[in-house]
Design a protein around this ligand. Sequence first.
Ligand code: NAP
Length: 354
Amino acid sequence: MTEKDKIYMRRCFELARKGLGLTRANPLVGCVIVHNDRIIGEGYHHEFGGPHAEVNAIRSVKDPSLFPEATLYASLEPCAHYGKTPPCSMLVHQKGIRRVVISNLDPSPRVNGLGIRHMEKAGISVVTGCLEEEGCDLNRRFFVYQKEKRPYVILKWAQTVDGFIDLEREPEDHVGTNWITDEVSRTLVHKWRSEEAAIMVGTNTIITDNPRLNIRRWTGDHPVRVTIDRNGRLSDNAYILDGSQDTIVFTGVPGKYSGRTRSIRVDPSYDLRDLLEELYDQQIISVFVEGGAKLHESFITSGLWDEARVFTGKMSFTQGVRAPELKEIPDETLIFHDTILNLYKNRDNLLHGG
Ligand SMILES: NC(=O)c1ccc[n+]([C@@H]2O[C@H](COP(=O)([O-])OP(=O)(O)OC[C@H]3O[C@@H](n4cnc5c(N)ncnc54)[C@H](OP(=O)(O)O)[C@@H]3O)[C@@H](O)[C@H]2O)c1
């Protein structure tokens, strides 16, 4: 593997990222075809069900006579199965490409090394592991989904400088959010929503804040809304039950839901792992958990989280709902305007070093 290979692989990653939030349970994949140090074709996987990155890259090449002298770079192992298009590993062979550089192997059962074996059997030279760690980070949602059979879990909350996520509320208090962060942070949260398959909040948060849980400050498909209503405490007037958006309510008390709201039965002693397995079965690759404290704490205690994004605003509440606690040291700290953003990765997790 050469330094030039790494440069072209980084371009694959750049292209792959354009599919974030659009490929759903599929991986993010970018592909570049290089001849004599010149990119002659490139492509990425745009959306779930659409052509694979390799197909798009191969189609973009104007002069097919260059294929035999070209190298194909792909951020993920080319597939080995018939889907909407023939296997990409077969296509690479048919086009006469003789060298392929890959970052990660595809762990999904239908591929899992088979794409590489097909190409090697056809006499193609295959280099694997090019910028493997970066590739793994790019497709962290996909790898957790495939290997752990659950969605990738991102926790997010905003806390005051003295460690509260809300003021103490009385039942007669207003319904709505007591904002802690600034406009920039709120816009960033909507961008993050556009990148994940589902958003989840706890019962109390629906009751106190009545959030819409959609994308208003960014573009993109609304994620599936998810909540738990074990004891039938949610009001029919809650936005989350308005039927306007795909919504899953894990419930112990069957409700009369309309439109795009579905209920999934859970018994009182259910485990978060069961709930995540159910979301996995619904092909939900990632869940963005937006609070409250009790739900976050359940995810933290069970170790079923992969990332946390914690805003700390400049205000103090003195008393109220205590923010969840993370023992980890932040991997990264960003400061914008009056807000600090700490980013954490769960080190006990398979992908982040566990
Ligand atoms: N600053 C922020 O970022 C932010 C974000 C969201 C919310 N908030 C604030 O947080 C407060 C609500 O937080 P909260 O901690 O009281 O409640 P919560 O986490 O929103 O909801 C907790 C409730 O959800 C139900 N639940 C079902 N399964 C659960 C599980 N596995 N783990 C935890 N809860 C489960 C339980 O009700 P049942 O017993 O009925 O099942 C539980 O009491 C509100 O004041 C809200 O404004 C702040």
